[in-house]
Design a protein around this ligand. Structure first.
Ligand code: GDP
Ligand code: IMO
Ligand code: MG
Length: 440
């Protein structure tokens, strides 16, 4: 029997986001017909660097600069203002991606953003440190069945009753959070006008993502699914409540697009050579002082969306093993190895001790994790090189990779029991080594 050709690949982050998903998606997008997002919103910040020029994507899939068809699936929450700003940015740069937007994706309104900040303010030590883009409140309304979807913006008669109901609810919530409605900074009529205009502008792009993507697959097209956030920030398999509100692991693809799990051919996890995180919650391998400063600067670890300095730490193979188990990755991509240069030794966390006992499995609950002591192994680090040297190594291929890095990769492969097939030694598209072909 002939082997089925690979038609679908999912790329998800395996940890706390910012693993370099944008770069890996851009790298794999050249052979895809369609790049589709299935969850999250403009809380994401994905960076793609081509010939030294940086492109930042928040809502639109990173495959856009390959002029692919790009699909915003039903699992995404859309801030229409951001959508059109990003489209304008792309047009200015000379890119004309063919955009399709799911009719059942939910809409972020200005009051969602307002309430995002107010909700956070009541959460005390449980605050996740959100991006304040209205993500949590919009997904809450979706689950409570108060939300408005793309379809609802297309027709004033459909829009108005649903909008009025939601608006009244949000005003009441604002009153509860602030004990007052006097300072409500939003103008209802203005929002109605603005969002009906967005609806008109969106109309030409609107599709059913389920029909669109399944038809494309039936026609033999290739789809790359781009994850946002990371597995450990997910609503179910992340460290709740210190994460985001969507399903960030590969299991989010079927629900967020309407493509069956049986149509997914390959799943690639992106990890970085160390750990980074923005926002709250315990981070057992976190570093501080000079070493944290060094890694943060070498990796330019400042949020793509909010500019916040990212917390950094040693690679945590204990939680990555959990992510690897649930995603059942076919292969991993490792990024930012160059950014861990001149650190000697490097440490790898292989487990946690809790009450003096080594744990068998990653404990997921923040109340346990904050009391855990990481267990480490140490390995020799690698020397500093300038970015040109790293690029040259990448272009020469895996053979040219410094032995210390080869050993580091081998150890991670051994512990995670998964092969690392994409090795990234710099931010540029060309700073990448591919050890196997994925679109076979
Ligand atoms: P994403 O959210 O997972 O797409 O990641 P971000 O774009 O938020 O953050 C990753 C950052 O690392 C971006 O600035 C990338 O340009 C950069 N990057 C990705 N891979 C590499 C790499 O191998 N080396 C270096 N130095 N930078 C990288
Ligand atoms: P990319 O796609 C890193 C974090 C926030 C906060 C929590 C909840 O670039 O990897 P939210 O605004 O989603 O309600 O915030 O999740 N967070 C991210 N951290 N990278 C991201 O996206 C993130 N998106 C959300 O910092 O702790
Ligand atoms: Mg990011």
């Amino acid at each position: 029997m002939s082997k089925k050709k690979t038609q679908t690949i999912v790329v998800t982050g395996a940890s706390w986001g910012d693993e370099g998903k944008g770069k890996i998606v851009d790298f794999l997008a050249s052979e895809a017909d369609i790049v589709a997002r299935f969850q999250g919103g403009n809380n994401a910040g994905h960076t793609v660097v081509v010939k030294g020029k940086k492109y930042k994507f928040h809502l639109i899939p990173s495959g856009a600069i390959k002029n692919n068809i790009i699909v915003i699936g039903n699992g995404v929450v859309i801030d229409p203002k951001v959508l059109f700003e990003e489209l304008t940015m792309l047009e200015k740069e000379g890119f004309t991606p063919k955009l399709k937007i799911s009719d059942t994706a939910h809409i972020i309104f200005p009051f969602h953003k307002l309430l995002d900040g107010l909700e956070e303010g009541t959460k005390g030590k449980y605050a996740a440190g959100t991006t304040k883009r209205g993500i949590g409140p919009t997904y809450s309304d979706k689950a409570a069945r108060y939300g408005l979807r793309v379809f609802d913006l297309l027709d004033e008669e459909v829009f108005l009753p649903k909008f009025n109901r939601l608006y009244e609810l949000k005003l009441k919530q604002y009153q509860i959070f602030t004990n007052s409605s006097e300072l409500w900074p939003l103008d209802k009529e203005e929002i109605i006008k603005e969002y009906l205009t967005f609806g008109k502008k969106m109309k030409p792009y609107v599709v059913s993502s389920a029909y669109y993507l399944n038809t494309a697959l039936n026609q033999g097209k290739r789809i790359l699914f781009e994850g946002a956030q990371g597995c450990l920030l997910g609503i179910d398999h992340g460290m709740y409540p210190f994460g985001t509100s969507s399903i960030t692991w590969a299991g989010g693809v079927p629900g967020g697009t309407g493509v069956s799990p049986t149509r997914i051919d390959k799943i690639i996890g992106v990890i970085k050579a160390y750990t980074s995180r923005v926002g709250g919650g315990p981070l057992p391998t976190e570093l501080d002082g000079d070493l944290a400063h060094q890694i943060r600067e070498q990796g330019h670890e400042y949020g793509t969306t909010t500019g916040r300095p990212r917390r950094v730490g040693w690679i945590d193979l204990f939680n990555l093993k959990y992510a690897t188990m649930i995603n059942h990755y076919d292969a991993l991509a490792i990024t930012l190895l160059d950014a861990l240069e001149n650190v000697n030794p490097v440490k790898l966390c292989t487990g946690y001790k809790y009450n003096g006992q080594s744990l068998e499995s990653w404990p997921i609950h923040s109340e346990i994790i904050e009391k855990c002591e990481p267990e480490y192994i140490e390995m020799p680090g690698w020397k500093a090189r300038d970015s040109k040297e790293w690029s040259e190594i990448a272009q020469q291929g895996f053979e040219a990779v410094p032995n210390e890095i080869k050993n580091y990769i081998k150890k991670i492969e051994e512990i995670l029991e998964t092969r690392i097939s994409i090795i990234s030694l710099g931010p540029n598209r060309t700073d990448t080594i591919l050890k196997e072909m994925f679109w076979d």
